[in-house]
Design a protein around this ligand. Structure first.
Ligand code: NAG
Ligand code: NAG
Ligand code: NAG
Length: 481
């Protein structure tokens, strides 16, 4: 077996992974948040010009047949609205608005669109009061650029760890939203081949249809966006790596959601996601580093067994037959300042009926916990930050601080206690984030309106995260990035 879950202590820079049974005291209880520097970097954030992004090397070719793509946060992609891009507060509010929609749509998927076992049905309005208006923000947090067809046409794709299909907008467009590259035209591709209705591939997608002998697909997202079209085999190019016969949705009717990007690259746990289709070629293995906000660095997405880092702390992936796309992990508790928050382990449990549990999601920004757990976590954090001046709540956050007068502040660490022992202690910048340009920082967690917990991308930033689908493990570290 490849993964080795039993590892000794790993301590890297701000990322601290330990095994509690060895040394619960070997990670810090407090750390410094450089408030001033964070603000300076936030203000300095400069979106990439599209041409600039194109000039970045697509890939850093590495050994062992794995291939690496640059991952860019949408805030770094040039937008038509330059004012919004340069204003951190507006960017932040837009991101929270997308996040509320993302979480609402995830919860809808879990609840089958209605109430489920007495769980609260999520209302979009629950968090809506402080959120900016305008529904045209589009979703998708991280983008990669890949080539579609032969010759390859470069397109931006949203990556989504909770999705099991790869699709792009296609000509002829009955309905397409605006994207930054020309819409892919299968007539210009030598390798495009529609999937026939009788193909077994057609039955691996949800709700397949058949039209003129060709397999039709249809994906509806919880917020009302959708993509519909033809399922086809096509060649995808990742830098210099060419992958033939990937089943992709060629979407002729699309409403989005995915503004700017041509489509979506599903990295979920199901057989039709890119990871699932690569199967043998990469052994279900991929690894990513989400870029830190406020830095000009880009992140990376690497496929292949060779991408699995040596020295990561591995924890088992759990499967929920009700939601096979999602990567679940076992969480037993939370810690603040090295002290375990008083919540029952049961609150994070994935039940036999498929309720509750903890998913890792690239598309959700802010980590959500069931209300009881969130309240306990927040109260513990507040109790240990009594010396810091508070500010009123902002957007979905109820715990904020006015750090405008501080160069740096000492804050308690926040840790995830994973089932089986590993503890992931987050850098302060992953849980105390700037929400404007004047020094308001908020504790970046929120309550979930259901039993589901979601580990969001703000908390994952800067930490190398590796999925070993074949062996059923997710690894944290050892690198910061
Ligand atoms: C990126 O990939 C495209 C093809 O997908 C290629 O034409 C281009 O030269 C590559 N750019 C770099 C900098 O490698
Ligand atoms: C901005 O959007 C308008 C229409 O919405 C378009 O005509 C214009 O070309 C866009 N500008 C840039 C720089 O993308
Ligand atoms: C933050 O504190 C500074 C200095 O005490 C004050 O001038 C400023 O108004 C405060 N900001 C907010 C949003 O309360």
């Amino acid at each position: 077996m490849f993964a080795s879950p039993a590892l000794p202590i790993i301590l890297v820079a701000m990322l601290h992974l330990t095994l509690s049974n060895i040394a619960a005291t070997s990670y810090p209880d407090f750390q410094l948040l450089n408030a001033k520097q964070t603000l300076i970097e936030t203000k300095r954030l400069r979106p990439l010009e599209t041409s600039e992004y194109h000039k970045l090397p697509n890939v850093s070719e590495s050994d062992q047949g794995n291939w690496k793509l640059k991952l860019v946060h949408r805030d770094r992609l040039s937008s038509n609205n330059t004012n919004a891009v340069h204003d951190h507060s507006r960017r932040f509010h837009a991101r929270m608005q997308r996040d509320v929609k993302r979480v609402a749509s995830l919860l809808l998927r879990f609840s089958g669109g209605g109430s489920h076992d007495g769980e609260a049905v999520y209302e979009l309005n629950d968090f809506g009061s402080d959120v900016v208006s305008g529904m045209d923000q589009g979703s998708g947090e991280y983008f990669v650029r890949i080539g579609v067809g032969s010759p390859p046409r470069n397109q931006y794709m949203v990556i989504d760890s909770g999705s099991d299909i790869v699709w792009v907008q296609c000509q002829p467009c009955d309905e397409c939203y605006r994207q930054s590259d020309p819409v892919f035209d299968p007539a210009d591709s030598a390798t495009y081949a529609g999937v026939s209705c009788s193909s077994s591939v057609c039955y691996r997608i949800e709700n397949p249809g058949c039209h003129a002998g060709r397999c039709r697909y249809e994906v509806m997202y919880g917020d009302g966006s959708y993509t519909k079209g033809t399922l086809a085999f096509e060649t995808l190019t990742f830098g210099r790596t060419v992958v033939k016969n990937v089943a992709i949705g060629c979407g002729h009717i699309n409403r989005g959601m995915f503004i700017g990007a041509a489509g979506l690259l599903g990295l979920g746990g199901g057989s039709m996601s890119l990871v699932g289709q690569l199967g043998g070629q990469t052994g279900g293995a991929f690894s990513y580093c989400l870029v830190s906000r406020g830095t000009d660095a880009s992140g990376s997405l690497v496929f292949g067994r060779g991408a699995m880092p040596v020295g990561a702390a591995w924890i088992p992936l759990l499967r929920n037959p009700q939601a096979p796309s999602f990567y679940y992990v076992g969480l037993s508790g939370l810690g603040v300042g090295g002290i375990r928050v008083p919540v029952s382990e049961d609150i994070f449990q994935l039940t036999e009926l498929g309720n509750g549990g903890v998913v890792m999601d690239t598309g959700t920004a802010v980590t959500r916990f069931p209300t009881l757990a969130y309240n306990a976590l927040r109260d513990a954090f507040i109790a240990q930050t009594a010396n810091l001046p508070r500010a009123s709540g902002v957007s979905i956050f109820d715990t904020c601080y006015n750090l405008s007068e501080f160069v740096s502040v000492r804050v308690p660490t926040m840790s995830f206690y994973f089932s089986g022992g590993p503890i992931l202690t987050l850098p302060a910048s992953n849980f105390l984030i700037p929400v404007d340009d004047v020094g308001t920082f908020c504790f970046a967690f929120a309550a979930s309106a259901s039993g589901l917990s979601i580990i969001g991308n703000i908390q994952q930033e800067g930490i190398q995260i590796s999925f070993d689908g074949a062996n059923g493990f997710v690894g944290f570290g050892p690198n910061v990035c």
